[in-house]
Design a protein around this ligand. Structure first.
Ligand SMILES: NC(=O)c1ccc[n+]([C@@H]2O[C@H](COP(=O)([O-])OP(=O)(O)OC[C@H]3O[C@@H](n4cnc5c(N)ncnc54)[C@H](OP(=O)(O)O)[C@@H]3O)[C@@H](O)[C@H]2O)c1
Length: 336
């Protein structure tokens, strides 16, 4: 079968190869991949900016969906022909996170979805919601589940102010979820682009705040929330964003989900003062469990949400799919 492997670091290390099929072990399932989707993680791993010590080669892409073609001994929950989507932290089924779960992440170190077939434990597969396309089912395992976990108790979000940074994978899914939950999402974008701002409003943003000085953006956030401030913030940028923009606009007892490091994983500035003054909660997020994923799918089905697809690519165009940030929505790879 064909697969792509990341054999080292950088674009030249991403190679199409032929791999032998291996027999299934107990509780394993073989899936014909129909669609896969990209995340910032794929790029960060390839460049060696994230987990440079992770063993290589590995098959990239953490999100995917397909059809069951074979089940191993002991699998009684899935049958050949069934349409499934994959859970990312494959060993984290429920309950609190444990360090050993890092080793079960699909798309490195566990082989991912950029291949003709993938083998995963049955417990890491969820039935596709009725009527969904493969490309939609493939677009959630990291970005959708991270957004869901980061937003916290979804039932408590109605009427709350949620700050979302940027219009990338995690942010866009958080926007859809928060809006469906009845929250007021405020989106910060680095783009001065009316069409994109309009599209973000269509996805449920109460306000979209473009580029500007930190002081102007803080004022715009507070104005958008009628002076209340932010109850829940999703921090994907890191660097100065947390101290200059997020902490100063938080409401008392607000929750800041620390998710990403697009600018930097180092924090500069005043952290302790605002945390004590406003009794803030800073929570680290590492995607989520199968239980989170199931709850997210049930929520999406209930509210008729589907992930927005921004670009469709063939496997050979993986470089373009990983590099593109122009369209709003997920970049998906459709398998031949
Ligand atoms: N902890 C976790 O569980 C977890 C899970 C998923 C992702 N992440 C992390 O979260 C971050 C976002 O991931 P993603 O997949 O959503 O990324 P992405 O799709 O590439 O989104 C990036 C978006 O962030 C905005 N942005 C704002 N400041 C930026 C900056 N300094 N550099 C680049 N982009 C900036 C941009 O939106 P505008 O163009 O609108 O400004 C951009 O489109 C990454 O650091 C990723 O590793 C963490």
């Amino acid at each position: 079968m064909w697969a792509y492997e990341v054999q080292g670091f950088g674009w030249d290390a991403l190679k199409r190869v032929e791999r032998p099929r291996r027999a299934l072990a107990e509780q394993e399932v073989r899936i014909r991949v129909r669609a896969a989707a990209t995340n910032y993680r794929d790029l960060a791993l390839l460049r060696g900016e994230y987990l440079p010590d992770m063993p290589r080669p590995y098959v990239p892409l953490s999100e995917g969906a397909g059809e069951v073609i074979e089940v191993g001994e002991g699998v009684d929950t899935l049958v050949p022909g069934q349409k499934v989507l994959g859970h990312y932290t494959s060993a984290w089924l429920e309950g609190p996170f444990q360090q050993m779960y890092h080793a079960s992440k699909v798309g490195g170190p566990v082989d991912g979805w950029l291949a003709e077939e993938i083998i995963l434990p049955a417990s890491a597969l969820l039935p596709m919601p009725e009527g969904w396309r493969f490309e939609e089912a493939a677009a959630l395992a990291i970005s959708g589940v991270t957004a869901w976990h980061a937003l916290g108790d979804i039932k408590a979000l109605a009427g709350r102010w949620v700050l979302i940074e940027g219009s990338g994978n995690v942010s866009l899914q958080a926007l859809q979820q928060a809006a469906a939950a009845g929250a007021h999402p405020v989106v910060l974008t680095s783009r001065d682009d009316d069409e994109r701002s309009r599209a973000l409003r269509e996805q449920g943003a109460t306000a979209v705040i473009g580029p500007g000085s930190a002081a102007d953006r803080r004022e715009a956030i507070l104005e958008a929330s009628a002076g209340h401030g932010i109850d829940v913030a999703l921090e994907v940028v890191g660097g100065r964003m947390l101290t200059e923009l997020v902490l100063p606009v938080m409401a008392t007892r607000g929750r800041v989900a620390i998710i990403g490091f697009l600018e930097s994983d180092r924090v500069e500035g005043e952290l302790v003062g605002p945390m004590l003054a406003k009794l803030l909660h800073l929570v680290g997020v590492s995607v989520g469990s199968r239980q989170h994923f199931e709850a997210l799918l049930a929520f999406m089905v209930r509210y008729g949400l589907r992930p927005l697809i921004g670009g469709r690519y063939v496997p050979e165009a993986i470089r373009e799919a990983l590099s593109s940030s122009a369209p709003l929505g997920k970049s998906v790879i459709l398998m031949p």
